[in-house]
Structure formats: structure tokens, C-alpha cells
Design a binder for this molecule. Structure first.
Ligand code: HEM
Length: 296
């Protein structure tokens, strides 16, 4: 098979062989979209099906964006470069779901494009969503091998760091439309803090091996704490409830875990899973103090 043909088959690796990871990811990315389409068609989305579909497509757009960001620490901590191979696919899927989300919103407005534009201009949370969509579109348009070559690997990598900013803008859009039910966007703010912290750690400090894994675990606890403080501040400003009272809820599991502990748990689990994968897939590449770090 020619290299140009291989590029059109996302389930193949660069040498043209079938890649189980790529195949599994490729199929998995369609599942939420097919589910939303089917439920819309079969009338299973409640009294306001278009609104539900807008919410579901937005949720999957932001989840895939976050999964694509998470693949960087997962690859580095597990020393398994093949995970990074699917990052582009997941990022493109995030963009596709975001455009689907906009399409559904346009359908809800009866495809009255003047109204769609006017709403985006006048409602701050929609304008913020639009900015995130533009960013995702720009990253997707420059995600091809040809664009990597044209921009040069260094400039391309710098440009694609914008994915973190886009993640932040998309989370603000999510947060603003959520009104009082801010659990999931708050978790996303916390995870983004962890992902950005991890990135800065790699950029400014030469940490490697077990040191990097330990620092990533420490960052997970810090991100959890910052999330709990952010949540307490938000409710204090919004409802006047004293911050210590909101913070104390984090110590109880009666009503389920709050965003702070959840962020710490998710990020810590990621570090543990990455190390377990490293042990299972690359026992020869267990973290060691002597090995130099590769920046990414
Ligand atoms: C022009 C661009 C966009 C428009 C017009 C738009 C519009 C909307 C609308 C109308 C809602 C529902 C608000 C409500 O019911 O009160 C929504 C929710 C949401 N949007 Fe967007 N959006 C845009 C871009 C994005 C992007 C780029 C992302 C993510 C990458 C995103 C993620 C979300 C999420 C996560 C929700 C909340 C879903 C939920 O609460 O279940 N949106 N958006």
C-alpha cells in the first residue's frame, strides 16, 4: 500500500499494518456520535431532543479534547510512544463533535444563520464557545503531516500547545452555561490545572523517571486542593456560604465525592495506570535516575 493511501486509513500504522490501538480508538470515537444520532432519530432524547443533542455533542467535544491532552502525560509516564499516535485522531474527533454541536444549535434556531450569528455575538458564553471552535478548527487544519513539514516540527509543536488554551476557553463556555450545576466543569478546570502543571514541570524542570512520576502525583494532590478551594470560592461569591463550610463537604463521602477529591483521584489514577502500563509493556524502560528526560 502506498504511503498516501495509508494516511487515509486511520486504523493502519505508518508501515501499513493493522494497529489494534488505532482501530479500537477509531471505532470508539464514532460511538457517542452514533448514539446521539440514533437517540435523536428514535425520539429517545426527551421533550426537547435538539437541546439534549446539543448538550451531549458539547460534552463529547470537550471530553475528547481532554482525552487528547491526557495522552501526552500518559505517553511520557508509560514510555509507550504508540499512545501519542492516536492523539491526533482524538483531537480531530473533538473538533468534529464541536462542529456537530454548532450544527445542532443552528438546527435548533431553524437554520436562521442571521439569528445564530447575532446570538453568538450577543451572548458571552456563545462567543467564548465560538472562540474555542475556531481554535479547534485551526489545530485540526494544521494537524496533517504536510502541515508539520511546512511549519517545521518546532513551530508546529508550539502552535499545538494552544490546545491547552482552547481547553481552558471551552471549559469556561461549559462553566458559564451550567448555571448552578457546575460539578463537571469544575472537575475539568481541576484536570486542566493538573495537565498544565505537568506541562510546565516538563518545560522548566529537568525531572525524569521516578522523579517525574512522583512530581505528577504531587501535582495531582495540588490540583485537587486548588479545585476544592476554587469551588468553595465560587459558592461563597455566588451564594454567600462560608468557604470553610463548603470545604468541609470535601471530607465527607455521604453525598458522593466533590470535584476536588475527584480531580486528585483521576489524576493519581492516570499516573498509576501509566506506571502499570510501563511495567507491563516496557519493563526494560522502568524509570531510572540515570536516564535523561526527553522533552515534549
Ligand atoms: C459557536 C460555537 C458554539 C456554540 C454556538 C455553542 C452552543 C452551546 C449551547 C447553546 C449550549 C447549551 C446551553 C444551554 O442549554 O443553556 C452549549 C453547551 C455546551 N457546549 Fe457549546 N457551543 C459552541 C462551542 C463549543 C465548543 C467548541 C465546545 C467544546 C469543545 C462546547 C462544549 C459545550 C459543553 C460541554 C456544553 C454543556 C453540555 C452540558 O451541560 O451537558 N461548545 N453550547
Amino acid at each position: 500500500m502506498t504511503p498516501s493511501l495509508i494516511r487515509f486509513c486511520p486504523w493502519l500504522d505508518r508501515r501499513g499494518g493493522l494497529s489494534p490501538l488505532r482501530t479500537f480508538t477509531f471505532i470508539g470515537l464514532f460511538v457517542p456520535g452514533l448514539d446521539i444520532g440514533w437517540r435523536l432519530y428514535a425520539g429517545l432524547l426527551g421533550a426537547n431532543p435538539l437541546e439534549s443533542a446539543i448538550h451531549l455533542s458539547g460534552l463529547w467535544a470537550i471530553r475528547f479534547l481532554f482525552i487528547s491532552l491526557t495522552l501526552t502525560p500518559l505517553t511520557q509516564l508509560s514510555a509507550t510512544p504508540r499512545f501519542i499516535e492516536v492523539r491526533r485522531m482524538v483531537g480531530v474527533a473533538a473538533c468534529a463533535y464541536a462542529f456537530g454541536h454548532l450544527g445542532l444549535y443552528a438546527a435548533q434556531q431553524s437554520f436562521d444563520l442571521a439569528r445564530v450569528v447575532s446570538e453568538i455575538v450577543h451572548r458571552i458564553y456563545l462567543a467564548i464557545g465560538f472562540a474555542a471552535l475556531l481554535g479547534l478548527g485551526a489545530l485540526t487544519a494544521t494537524s496533517t503531516d504536510a502541515m508539520v513539514k511546512r511549519l517545521g516540527a518546532r513551530r508546529w509543536r508550539q502552535l499545538h500547545k494552544l490546545a491547552y488554551l482552547i481547553g481552558l476557553i471551552a471549559t469556561i463556555h461549559f462553566f458559564l452555561q451550567a448555571k448552578l450545576e457546575v460539578m463537571e466543569p469544575t472537575i475539568m478546570f481541576g484536570l486542566l490545572a493538573w495537565l498544565m502543571g505537568y506541562r510546565l514541570l516538563r518545560l522548566f524542570f529537568v525531572v525524569r523517571g521516578w522523579g517525574l512520576a512522583g512530581a505528577a502525583a504531587g501535582l495531582a494532590l495540588l490540583a485537587g486542593l486548588a479545585t476544592a478551594l476554587g469551588e468553595a470560592l465560587y459558592f461563597n461569591l455566588k451564594t454567600g456560604v462560608a468557604m470553610p463550610r463548603v470545604l468541609s463537604v470535601n471530607l465527607s463521602t455521604v453525598a458522593g465525592l466533590r470535584p476536588g477529591p475527584l480531580v486528585a483521584l483521576i489524576a493519581l489514577s492516570l499516573v498509576i495506570v501509566a506506571l502499570a502500563l510501563r511495567l507491563a509493556l516496557n519493563p526494560a524502560r522502568l524509570p531510572s535516575r540515570a536516564r535523561p528526560a526527553s522533552r515534549g
